[in-house]
Design a protein around this ligand. Sequence first.
Ligand SMILES: Cc1cc2nc3c(=O)[nH]c(=O)nc-3n(C[C@H](O)[C@H](O)[C@H](O)COP(=O)(O)O)c2cc1C
Length: 376
Amino acid sequence: MSVITCVEDLRVLAKKRVPKAFYDYADSGSYTESTYRANSSDLAALHLRQRVAINVDQRSTRSSMIGEEVTMPVAIAPTGLTGMQWANGEMLGAIAAEKFGIPFTLSTMSICSIEDVASVTTKPFWFQLYVMRDRGFIKSLIERAKAAKCSALVLTLDLQILGQRHKDLKNGMSVPPKMTLANLLDLATKPGWALRALGGRKSFGNLAGHVSGADGIMTLSKWTASQFDPTLNWDDIAWIKEQWGGKLILKGILDVEDAKIAATTGADAIVVSNHGGRQLDGAVSSISALPAIVEAVGDQIEVWFDGGIRSGQDVLKAVALGAKGTMIGRAFLYSLGAMGEAGVTRMLQILQQELDVSMALTGTKDIKDAGPHILT
Ligand SMILES: Cc1cc2nc3c(=O)[nH]c(=O)nc-3n(C[C@H](O)[C@H](O)[C@H](O)COP(=O)(O)O)c2cc1C
């Protein structure tokens, strides 16, 4: 465990331990992956401002997101098929997040169900909603999230239609994996994963038994196309807000005009996001979209950020540019695929340490004081 010093170490380990189709599912973007790459490279291109001879004793990374106290302004982003990176991965991720003191978001497309995650947590988690054609089913998902005492609904707006990810199509990615010769040969090199999978959940926990095709073998792209609602529009948000009645987060905003509309919906936060470069390839990186959105609506609604965060320095840069909170997708998936719950805990420690040290070296004692002045 001590040799794991950064998120990249966890990615390398996950690549060795997770079946190729599921590792590729995590480590990929749509089409040419240019937006996926830009998310990280644009963050790397930002420079922190080194300051010296400032008393930085007793620093704090603590903050709040939609009124919830957080150890650092980082939440686990919703990610589909997480339980395929490591058996029962959503439950393990939620446990690690709760112990660390940050929010965990469960995806609609998770392997463990809302009820599974509720059964292993003591504090409320967040539920992410994809809007499907069957509104009765959406209503029932919202009711289940309420019954599980979820404290926020994260409504994802940037996936009415699935972006094409070449690797998933070439791998024939499905849940559960098809027992092709290539998959069997691959699994033979990942015995730990295969053994754990025997005792783990194997279908879409929130959908199986409720939506046709969700409990059998089917490629994700075909299934999504048949179920997700391409008519989703701003008028639907009011209906969802009314059904839910609690804290609402709108995820997938990349444009100032959309941010302005989102700010009028009565939602509690927006997430500046391009879905980790998995949807519209060729769109701008999340970090380059952030400052204008903060400028336009930052005084009306909490503006959060995701896309490309692989270190505590990345978190600090996003906060410096006005994000009140951040979300992490792949950093979480790599850590889970590498070492299960222990990996997630290690990753969170790494991010917090990097955040803390980088705050100190920029002369920042409290994360809440980070602003554009700490960037050059
Ligand atoms: C494998 C994978 C699955 C994802 N599944 C979902 C999902 O089910 N719902 C959702 O709103 N976002 C989903 N996302 C997007 C993430 O919530 C988040 O926006 C993105 O991962 C942030 O970029 P990062 O991975 O560089 O941190 C997924 C991302 C990845 C990598």
